[in-house]
Design a binder for this molecule. Sequence first.
Ligand code: AQP
Length: 333
Amino acid sequence: TPRVLSGIQPSGGLTLGNYLGAMKRFVDMQEQEYQTLYCMVDLHAITVWQDPEKLRHATRELCAGFIAAGLDPAKSILFNQSQVPEHAQLGWIFNCVARMGWMQRMTQWKDKAGKNQQNASLGLFAYPALMAADILIYHATHVPVGEDQKQHLELTRDIAIKFNNDYGVDFFPVTEPVIEGAATRVMSLRDGSKKMSKSDPSDASRINMTDDADTIAKKIRKAKTDPEALPSEAKGLEERPEARNLVNIYAALAEQSVDQVLADVGGKQFSEFKPMLSELAVEKLAPISGEMARLMQHQDEIDEILAKGAAQAREIAAPVLKRTYEIVGMVGS
Ligand code: AQP
């Protein structure tokens, strides 16, 4: 069976962008003919400093979010990355396969390191090699992600191809990104050219999965828009990034196409559309955040799910690492 792997960083609370771009897709794939593994990538999170207590909390909350959104530990393997040491071990091998020049071209590196690259962590630079290891340690064939991760997935393919060439083997598969749905790139509510992100300093820029109904309504009411009414077709949104973003969010939440949504709301002003969007967002998110809060009352159960998931993941990962070490020439493997 084809195998799916994806992950989310416990680097803060979950956003609507993570939910629509990633988690909702994870649930869809769980219900199809795939073996699914979903990971809280704590080793990735610490490429930028994290307070240890907050990291622990965010990891458990992310696991609660996964389950509340519909991932079932009986159907999907849910685990945190650091409990499966094979990720970091294969990550090291890939650090030796990947080239500095490849990493330097990564837009996430450029964005996150900013002007002061000398002061960014070495881990932030090597991030995509560890991400390649996350995927390839399971020989995963399909990786559901948001649009922003496309470049990293291309690099994963490059690493697999170079490893296979360097060692004259046909060992690591070439993976397919799965970037689908109406909201593969949810934008900031304050700036239609920036993606919605958990680490944006402005809380008003994003909808958090844990926001209550009033907060969601307030953020949507204040979301940046233009003064025009909504168009009746998708092409009318082309030069209107903020309007397009809100319509895309609506479409993804309603599980409709953008054209279907516009057929209903075309001609309306934002003063009328925004309350519709708030109502829909609250309707879809409130049950998830309620369930997350309930699950967070039972942290031992969450820890147990993660420990069990890690054991299952290791059963797949350990033989792949062993074979990799053999191919590379490590004595004792
Ligand atoms: N705005 C978004 N729209 C669609 N998909 C998104 N994803 C993130 N933001 C959006 C998808 O969520 C998955 C997990 O992302 P991540 O937590 O590993 O890191 P990220 O992409 O860097 O997300 P953030 O929220 O911006 O976190 P920080 O601020 O810590 O860097 C990925 O599949 C991603 O595509």
